[in-house]
Design a protein around this ligand. Structure first.
Ligand code: F6P
Length: 357
């Protein structure tokens, strides 16, 4: 059996742990060969591959990023370098030339959508869900999320001591385009007093009111805001639009926008920290190393059983497989009645609207 692995989309802590687990699990059977495709789906077009033997993956369980490299703007069904042409047949021809029996595609929603289309062309694929945003459909967790939450939590701890020393309002902007899981869990772990997520458009007045009430009690305020959060009746803060990308909106800046809106409404000084890619880089947490290893091992079991066209998922505490067709093009956002939101409100956290503050 000849299996290829690629990592698509943005990098994420735990990618190397999956590559290692898939390689070790597959090569424990004699006669199985594993090849790494470099830079996501781009490598299938540029013929950029490397053999993955057991020794090549030694010691990478704790390493951040991906030893295979990645590319978050390469969709062979809409290839930017060819003016948006469909060059998937070129990728299929190369897969046939390599003699691939199946592909393990590790990535987020974009990667799963492309994997699903290749699966439809007859390339057997098993997907593995990656994203720090934790927003893939049909899996309770994606690996990388726990590592990102740990970074946000530590950042809030640090911002908290300086906020309290100066009696300031400190805003920390987290990643999370359409789903607010990172801001919600990171904010909760770091003791944020205000948590603003894309799913619940916020009122600047309500946030200001919450800060003022804290000022009256002599308290500083910590705000965790997801990059995709926006004011009621407003739109997401877009930093740039990338014409050649399947996900053209580059977000970032809503924290500074909120700072400008809040400053005239509160007595304390308001300051902002944009956490950015610090949340995505570095070594995965122990939880993510274990989850990534389980996902990789499970993907190998599916391949051994000849089950493809699916994505590995965590449901409850059990690894299962779900059809790629049901994952592609769907996001898992924070439901309005989610228990974490209720718990946050119960702790006196403002979620940014008058009725919920
Ligand atoms: O999808 C994960 C994510 O981290 C988003 O939260 C963020 O908007 C995006 O990636 C940033 O991607 P890039 O590194 O390409 O700017």
């Amino acid at each position: 059996m000849h299996i290829a692995i690629l990592t698509g989309g943005g990098d994420c802590p735990g990618l190397n742990a999956v590559i290692r687990a898939v390689t070790l699990a597959l090569t424990s059977e004699p006669g199985t060969r594993v090849t790494g495709i470099r830079r996501g789906f781009l490598g299938l077009l540029t013929r950029d591959v490397q053999p993955l033997q057991r020794d090549a993956v030694a010691g990478i369980v704790a390493e951040g990023g991906t030893i295979l490299g990645t590319h978050n703007r390469c969709d062979p069904f809409h290839y930017f370098a060819a003016g948006g042409a469909d060059v998937s047949a070129q990728a299929m021809a190369y897969a046939a030339e390599l003699g691939l029996d199946a592909l393990v595609a590790i990535g987020g929603d974009g990667t799963m959508a492309i994997a699903h289309r290749f699966s439809g062309l007859g390339l057997p694929v098993v997907g593995v869900p990656k994203t720090i945003d934790n927003d893939l459909a049909l899996t309770d967790r994606t690996f990388g999320f726990d590592s990102a939450v740990a970074v946000v939590s530590e950042a809030l701890d640090r911002l908290g001591t300086t906020a309290r020393s100066h009696s300031r309002v400190m805003i920390a902007e987290t990643m999370g385009r359409y789903a607010g899981w990172i801001a919600l869990e990171g904010g909760m772990a770091g003791g944020a007093d205000v948590i603003l997520i894309p799913e619940l458009p916020f009122s600047v007045q309500a946030v200001a009111e919450h800060c003022r009430r804290r000022e009256e009690r002599g308290l500083a305020t910590l705000v965790a805001i997801a990059e995709g959060a926006h004011a009621q009746g407003g739109a997401m803060t877009v930093q740039a639009t990338l014409a050649d990308s399947p996900d053209p909106l580059r977000l970032g800046g809503v924290g500074h926008w909120l700072q400008q809106q809040l400053q005239p409404l509160v007595a304390s000084e308001v300051r902002t920290t944009l956490l950015g890619h610090v949340q995505r880089g570095g070594s995965p947490t122990a939880y993510d190393r274990v989850l990534a290893t389980r996902f990789g091992w499970h993907a190998a079991q599916l391949l051994h059983a000849g089950r493809t066209g699916c994505m590995v998922a965590l449901q409850g505490d059990v690894c299962v497989s779900v059809p790629l067709s049901e994952v592609a093009g769907r996001n898992r956002t924070v439901p309005p009645g989610h228990e974490l939101l209720q718990a946050a409100r119960g702790m006196g956290v403002s979620l940014g609207s008058a009725s919920l503050a």
